[in-house]
Ligand binder design. Structure first.
Ligand code: GYE
Length: 352
């Protein structure tokens, strides 16, 4: 396995030096030669092992199974990285614990996988294990959430949602919605059920919404607490908010599943929510169940975050296999949905 990586690294170094030497007529021919050599190496190795085309082994260190978004993300990887498509996937569910993810990455290194993909639970604390992967010559691709590392050559690239933008879209939506209701100047009491503290999706959404909050002196953030991106914790946090504050106008839930928990808590407390209710409920992700909740009149809006990263990561791996450059940071386009839209029709073709 490592032999193949060395060949690819060599190819990349060769093509980089060819680019540096400026364009000349020999360059394409040289590239082909290097490519053929690498391909021959790979085939030779595979022939010895299986007699068939060698599968690319990918270890995926997944966060957990905390939300509908996560389930869709896992499914996207499992249906993309199949043997039919030329891969062997080693999947690990870390149950939302960084220590489990670090263990999984170490085990991928031991198994000498070709690529390690990580959806990091939180942003910090990864340097050591990434250095171990680098020493072993295994490229690391980040997907979904980001990592803060002092040396960003420790990973190849990252693909995921723009969480700050999602938070800002949510804030701007709320401003327009209140304005349209003639509540633009009213004092608005807001609570936030945050995601897992330290996760990119929490950090970005809190920051993005905060950027818009700052522009509205009549908006008051009463409290922010983590619901860990789960329905059960979302419900617990909302129950405690409702006990502490009797005039909540808006609950910002940093994912749809925590919004579902919040809605249960609101109803259990004898209050109402949604477009005709006491409390405005917004979430992030735009999973199918959020459409159902909006159609039922419980939720007001959901800000999209696309979980279908399997094919995106496969494309990155194919580019790396071909010795091509990949963009370091790759954002996915996202939208939002609210009850002013034809949600039934959108739901019919919704992929997650
Ligand atoms: O919003 C949430 C999940 O990191 C974008 O993680 C992801 C978030 C997503 O648990 O539902």
């Amino acid at each position: 396995m490592k032999k193949r990586f060395v060949s690819i690294a060599l190819m990349m170094a060769m093509s980089a030096s060819m680019i540096a030497c400026s364009s000349n007529a020999d360059a394409p021919a040289d590239t082909t030669a290097a490519g053929t050599e690498a391909a021959a190496d790979t085939e030779g190795e595979a022939g010895e092992e299986t007699g068939e085309k060698e599968l690319i082994t990918v270890g995926y260190a997944q966060v957990g199974a905390e939300s509908d978004w996560r389930t869709a993300n896992t499914e996207s990887f499992k249906s993309t990285f199949t043997e039919e498509n030329g891969y062997k996937l080693i999947f690990d569910d870390a149950q939302q614990k960084q220590e489990n993810q670090i263990k999984a990455i170490r085990s991928f290194i031991q198994q000498d996988v070709d690529y390690i993909v990580v959806a990091p639970v939180v942003e910090t604390g990864w340097e050591t294990v990434l250095e171990e992967a680098k020493e072993a010559g295994i490229p690391v691709i980040l997907s979904d959430r980001q990592m803060q590392v002092s040396d960003d050559s420790l990973y190849e690239c990252w693909v995921g949602g723009n969480f700050i933008k999602e938070g800002e879209t949510c804030g701007n939506w709320l401003a327009d919605y209140l304005e349209a209701q003639g509540r633009g100047e009213e004092d608005i009491n807001i609570v936030t059920i945050q995601g897992t503290i330290g996760a990119s999706a929490q950090i970005g959404r809190t920051e993005g919404f905060g950027n818009i909050l700052e522009q509205h002196s009549n908006w008051h953030m009463l409290d922010m607490q983590s619901g860990d991106f789960t329905q059960a914790k979302g419900q617990e946090v909302m129950e405690s908010f409702l006990k502490s504050y009797d005039d909540i106008d808006v609950v910002v839930c940093e994912n749809d599943n925590s919004a579902f928990g919040a809605i249960d808590a609101i109803k259990a407390a004898g209050k109402t929510c949604g477009p005709d209710g006491d409390i405005i409920v917004v979430g992030f992700d735009s999973v199918k169940a959020a459409f159902e909740s909006m159609i039922a009149g419980d939720m007001n809006a959901t800000f999209e975050c696309n979980p279908l990263h399997g094919p995106r990561v496969a494309e990155i791996i194919q580019k790396l296999e071909a010795g091509e450059e990949v963009e370091k940071i790759q954002y996915v386009d996202e939208s939002y949905f609210d009850t002013s839209m034809d949600l039934e029709t959108i739901l019919e073709t919704r992929a997650y």
